[in-house]
Design a protein around this ligand. Structure first.
Ligand code: ADP
Length: 395
């Protein structure tokens, strides 16, 4: 069965055509600059095409993607009828969804009602869903939520210590994100550990970064909150800070609340501290050339990750495995080393040589006798979306 996985952003659309039964990926693509000018990157049969194509709206983008899948030399299917279901990544499912669902009017209304909590993402997802329903009226659409995996968190993790009525009336609480990645990676770790009641900590370190505390396959706590701004130091996001900083700076710099949120989301994090880039590779290079702010940015990133590892290990009363994933977690051995260094008291012993090996497969990088395992597990969110979609429609 072929499933189309779609991730519709505000000006972009990522897609992947996949067979979830065999995990074979037939084609992948990215439509960028939708509503501006339009650019397509499409990869199939080992060929990568880059083309500027007008994409005034998401509708043209989806049509272009479907055209590339069904026509030309690198076509991978004869007709869109071969696509048996469409799996949509949806960032915010609020408290409505603790698992993936087949999309109907009620689901669309619920995703719409969550727009105030995800103003950049949920509107784009709804557009993607509606266009698919229009272009392929007989094909089922499935929603897979970034927040769903974290719905198992206990109140002690998800509540903020603000007046309770604001949780009841306004749903102010921690939701957590990157759920499909945390699910996939912790599940792989669980298989690798082959142990009952496993205690796993996942470090998803990309431009957006978050951590997750997982007990026997269930999310117990995560570092992102009401929005993806809380937690780790990220590419351009500040992560945790004293909320009083906001009011103080708004007065000092005469900023509105929107400007403040944009400052914390887009101008802060590694970029804000280093003044160089949000891309860790450039910051590592600058630090190696002696740039002090770049060194501070890296130290802050690693120290924050370490704090979360220790607090999660404390709540879990131990840890069986620490997992690294996403762009930084999978590739930056320097960051893994800095994070693990000093955690020997938790039974964490990194093998320096194994840590340096480059590989795109899941692997163990701890010393043979390390009590706590350290895993690098490449994430695969598209597979989770395709798999959930398949499970819901296969009957
Ligand atoms: P996202 O999906 O959140 O946009 P990714 O998971 O693609 O992000 O991760 C992007 C980050 O990974 C960037 O900061 C990039 O610098 C970092 N990264 C990728 N490869 C390497 C590498 N070899 N060494 C260090 N950092 C890397």
């Amino acid at each position: 069965m072929l499933v189309l996985v779609l991730n519709a952003g505000s000006s972009s659309l990522k897609y992947q055509l996949m067979n979830p039964e065999t995990t074979e990926v037939k084609a992948t693509g990215l439509c960028e600059r939708i509503g501006i000018d339009g650019r397509l990157i499409h990869e199939a049969k080992g060929h990568k095409i880059k083309k500027d194509l007008p994409m005034p709206t998401h509708k043209e983008a989806i049509k272009i993607a479907l055209d590339f899948l069904t026509t030309g030399e690198d076509k991978v299917i004869e007709s869109i009828d071969e696509i048996k279901a469409i799996g949509h990544r949806v960032v915010h499912g609020g408290e409505f969804f603790n698992q993936s669902v087949i999309i109907d009017e009620d689901v669309i209304e619920k995703i719409e009602s969550l727009i105030p909590l995800a103003p950049l993402h949920n509107p784009a997802h709804i557009i993607g869903i509606k266009i698919c329903r229009e272009l392929m009226p007989n094909t089922p659409n499935i929603a897979v939520f970034d927040t769903a995996f974290h719905q198992t968190m206990p109140a002690s993790s998800y509540m903020y210590a603000v007046p309770y009525e604001d949780y009841e009336d306004h749903k102010v609480r921690k939701y957590g994100f990157h759920g499909t990645s945390h699910y996939y990676v912790s599940n792989e770790a669980k298989k690798m550990l082959a142990k009952e009641d496993s205690k796993v900590i996942v470090c998803h370190l990309g431009n957006g970064s978050s951590m997750c505390e997982v007990r026997d396959g269930k999310s117990i706590d995560t570092s992102m909150g009401l929005s993806p701004l809380e937690g780790l130091v990220m590419g351009t996001r500040s992560g945790d800070l004293d909320p009083a900083v906001m009011n103080y700076l708004m007065e000092k710099k005469n900023m509105s609340s929107e400007e403040m949120i944009s400052y914390l989301n887009k101008k802060s994090g590694l970029l804000g501290v280093s003044g160089i880039s949000s891309d860790l590779r450039e910051i590592i290079e600058a630090a190696e050339n002696g740039n002090e702010r770049a060194k501070t940015a890296i130290d802050m990133k690693c120290s924050r990750i370490k704090k979360y590892i220790c607090s999660y290990a404390g709540v879990l009363e131990g840890v069986d495995a620490i997992c690294f994933t996403a762009g930084i977690g999978e590739n930056a051995d320097i960051i893994r080393k800095k994070v693990c260094n000093g955690l020997e008291f938790l039974g964490v012993e990194l093998d320096d040589e194994k840590n340096k090996i480059r590989d795109d497969k899941s692997r163990e990088i701890n010393k043979t006798n390390s009590k706590t395992k350290i895993y690098v597990i490449p994430t695969n969110e598209e597979f989770v979306i395709a798999h959930d979609t398949y499970e819901l429609v296969k009957a």
